[in-house]
Design a protein around this ligand. Structure first.
Ligand code: OAD
Length: 248
């Protein structure tokens, strides 16, 4: 990590009033949860469209559930890492002037202590009835191979799959947060999945543009919008930043 960059980012954070964070799979990588775009179109050996699209669900719901049972078990076997911990510390410091928008479904931000979390792509913890629409919080307990609702309907994972709309209330809260922050942090996302990635432009296009800071292993599609970046594992760069700020 370049110490000068850490200082630059720390200065931006010191003058921040309202922070919005967008996280992606990279923030959980050091907890042991693999990212999506690591292996050409395959996700844990499945084609993404087979396990994360409405068409895949129509074709073979049991295959989809088997995949999500495994993801739930994995999420239950890992722990938040120091990057998650720093994002929870920032929320402690900024209170309701801090909003965390995540594309992750693993629940690790909440387990690290964040409360103001907007889950744009749903949650592994929840099921949704395909008949009556009831959403149930199931924690990470083992579920029936093909879970059913009390109404008799088949339940599906409450995850936003490719080609599906984001939950409108969450999206509206997320755009509001991006549109009212003065510092926007992008952590561990390739910034290629829309509309989530458009929050970066929203933050930048305010009358008084937010300062944008990126934390990633590499440059991404978001990098052209970025005012400063810390390139390295976020489980190291975020703790280095909080240490520089003496907020730890
Ligand atoms: P990706 O897998 O596309 O990108 C992960 C990003 O994290 C990459 O830019 C990596 O360079 C970066 N990265 C990896 N390890 C890191 C580390 N230790 N520290 C910092 N950065 C690291 O994941 P997302 O951007 O989250 O959607 O993908 C967005 C969405 O696409 C997901 O929510 C999912 C999906 O496929 C749905 O399921 C709807």
């Amino acid at each position: 990590m370049n110490p000068e960059s850490v200082k630059t980012v720390a200065d931006i954070l010191r003058s921040a009033n309202r922070i919005c964070v967008l996280t992606g799979a990279g923030v959980s990588a050091e907890s042991g949860i693999p990212t999506f775009r690591a292996s050409d179109g395959l996700w844990e050996n499945h084609a993404i469209e087979d396990v994360a699209s409405p068409q895949g669900w129509q074709r073979n719901p049991q295959l989809v559930w088997d995949f999500y049972h495994a993801r739930r078990a994995k999420a239950g076997s890992v722990l938040p890492n120091p990057g998650h911990a720093v994002l929870a510390q920032l929320e402690q410091r900024f209170g309701d002037r801090f909003t965390l928008v995540t594309q992750n479904v693993d629940g690790l931000h909440q387990r690290a202590g964040n409360r103001n979390v907007i889950e744009l792509h749903g949650s592994l913890y929840q099921t949704r009835c395909t008949e009556c629409g009831l959403v149930r919080d199931r924690g990470l307990e083992a579920l029936d191979p093909m879970p059913h609702c009390a109404c008799g309907g088949v339940e599906r994972p409450n995850i936003v799959w490719f080609g599906e709309m984001l939950p409108p209330a969450n999206w509206s809260r997320a755009t509001k947060a991006a549109n009212s922050c003065d510092v926007f942090l992008i952590v561990g996302t390739s910034a290629v999945v829309y509309p989530a990635a458009s929050l970066i432009q929203t933050a930048k296009m305010q009358k008084r543009p937010a300062r944008i800071i990126e934390f990633n292993l590499t440059e991404t599609d978001a990098t052209p919008y970025v005012d400063a970046g810390l390139y390295g594992p976020s489980g190291e760069s975020l703790p280095a930043l909080i240490h520089e700020l003496q907020w730890d």
